[in-house]
Write a protein that binds this ligand. Structure first.
Ligand code: BG6
Length: 505
């Protein structure tokens, strides 16, 4: 008798699997409410949560920024933002519920008494909307503004209710500044009240790296240097710097993406199984990976900057011609690196990392290349098709996981060809993937820090980045060295060729 294995997953009819806890009543205060992040991500995420009934009934949102605005027109702008950037249709009943608790305060926290109006409004909302003195403060402001805001919030701490602080990346500019910033924050907030956000951890596909590795018994035994030849992690973007020159000139690709998103992907790929899924158990294992990264060999660090080129048939200017960028800027918009992890599981296995702006396409992938079969009996007749197995985690787009295997071509003889085994989210689950910020905002409200970065991890990330950046000091790069719309600098391909390898597309 044979058992049929079901491959399609039937989800419950309710849009969210049951068992989800609702957060306590609370007020969310967004600093930087007139900014891009608030429009594109935060308010659409709150709407998606309200749409699914995941926000507490006693809830309020206060947008705080320096720009003059009224609550009424802010609500209108946010409604337009939800329509443009949200993933659900605009439903009047849902919007009304959310908007009824939304307020805007135009103020400057750096001026004396700049916080008073916000504090008064919070107390009023406690009475009117029952937010119970619980606060989530979301700092979507530049690092330079964090200190002032945090000091004022700390001074105004009240005994009743809980307080949580969500801090956007970048957390500092290097190890020293990250430590200094943290020293400041911890004078007012305890570590378990601080939620350092890296939105990559909120992505379903990124969390699925853990599910894939630790909910399946078959991969763990081969997930090590004995079976894995090498790992490639790519965060390729086709967009440029999108009017963020002020920030990007200071950050570059290494601080903008490697320090956080890429090191998170690396940590999840390489970590040991945690004993449980508690915040500290998971984070302890991730930190061990980041700490084990050896400073890379200078010959295996490539940096690049895009010149003029074409994206989707449209001409785009080079980085140095972007508004707000210095005409002789040496900021890198591309980085490729080879690193080794000094630990038992991965000793000697190269991890190749690359990220860049204005590349030919957008793709974030984790590629595990396995060693070839030790002794295929049909080597001579199999020909070209006999290729090592490759497992690709497609973080975005086309979210899913594929495995390349060799299969016999039907017919006489023993010709082998690579074929794909595919898992695709949309085909398996028939649901739209939630936005990362939905998960992360809700987790912060629930006090669950599993998907947030603890300070020791941030410090380990910066130590690594500092070890790379220090190698660039004084050297004059030959920029621009790749055309917008291309696959990046030739030197990144040459780096792989030296190791007799190729980047997987
Ligand atoms: C942000 C970076 O953290 O991540 C941006 O500052 C980058 O430069 C973005 O474009 C990429 O995020 P996503 O979710 O589009 O891959």
């Amino acid at each position: 008798m044979s058992a049929k294995i079901e491959t399609r997953v039937e989800l419950p009819l309710s849009p969210e699997p049951s068992g989800k806890r609702k957060p306590d009543p609370c007020a969310l205060v967004i600093f930087g409410a007139s900014g891009d992040l608030t429009h594109r991500k935060l308010i659409p995420a709150l709407y998606a949560l309200e749409y699914r009934g995941l926000l507490p009934e006693n809830f309020a949102v206060i947008g705080v920024a320096r720009s003059e605005n009224s609550t009424e027109s802010w609500r209108k702008q946010m409604r337009a933002a939800v329509t443009e950037f949200g993933r659900d249709e605009m439903r009047e009943d849902v919007w009304k519920r959310l908007a009824a608790g939304m307020h805007y305060v135009s103020t400057d926290f750096s001026s004396a008494g700049g916080e008073t109006e916000v504090m008064k409004l919070l107390e009023q909302l406690d009475k009117e909307r029952g937010t119970a003195g619980n606060r989530v403060y979301y700092l979507a402001v530049p690092p330079s503004a964090i200190r002032t805001v945090v000091d004022k919030l700390g001074e105004r701490r009240r005994p009743e209710g809980w307080m949580r602080l969500i801090v956007e990346k970048p957390f500092g500019h290097d190890l020293a500044s990250a430590k200094a910033l943290n020293d400041d924050i911890v004078t007012h907030f305890a570590e378990n009240e601080i939620f350092r956000i890296d939105h990559y951890l909120g992505k379903e596909t990124v969390q699925n790296v853990l599910a894939f590795r630790f909910a399946n018994g078959i991969f763990e035994p081969i997930w090590n240097r004995r079976y894995v030849d090498s790992v490639q992690i790519t965060v390729a973007e086709s967009i440029g710097i999108e009017n963020r020159a002020g920030f990007y000139e200071q950050a570059g690709a290494i601080r903008d993406v490697v320090q956080n998103h890429m090191l998170q992907l690396l940590a999840l790929t390489a970590m040991e199984p945690p004993a449980d899924f508690e915040a500290d158990a998971v984070r302890n294992e991730k930190i061990k990976v980041v700490r084990s990264i050896a400073p890379p060999d200078p010959a295996y660090i490539v940096r690049g900057q895009y010149g003029p080129g074409k994206i989707g048939g449209e001409k785009v200017p080079g980085y140095r011609e972007e508004p707000g960028v210095a005409p002789d800027s040496n900021t890198e918009t591309y980085v490729a690196l080879k690193v080794f992890l000094d630990n038992w599981r991965w000793a000697g296995t190269p991890f190749y990392l690359r990220t860049g702006k204005h590349l030919s396409s957008r793709a974030t992938t984790i590629v595990i290349l396995f060693r070839p079969a030790p002794h295929p009996p049909f080597l001579e007749i199999a020909g070209e098709g006999l290729r090592p197995n490759v497992l690709v985690i497609h973080v975005q787009p086309d979210e899913g996981i594929s495995i390349r295997i060799g299969a016999k071509v039907p017919g006489q003889g023993m010709t082998i060809q690579p074929v794909q085994l595919d898992f695709q989210y949309d085909r398996a689950f028939h649901v739209q993937l939630p936005e990362a910020y939905e998960k992360l905002i809700l987790d912060a409200m629930l006090g669950d820090a599993t998907l947030f970065t603890r300070i020791d991890e941030v410090e380990a990330q910066w130590s690594f980045v500092d070890s790379v950046v220090s190698q660039w000091e004084g050297a004059k790069p030959d920029f621009p060295n790749y055309a917008a719309g291309s696959s990046g600098p030739k030197s990144a391909d040459a780096m792989m060729a030296r190791d007799d390898r190729l980047w997987c597309q």
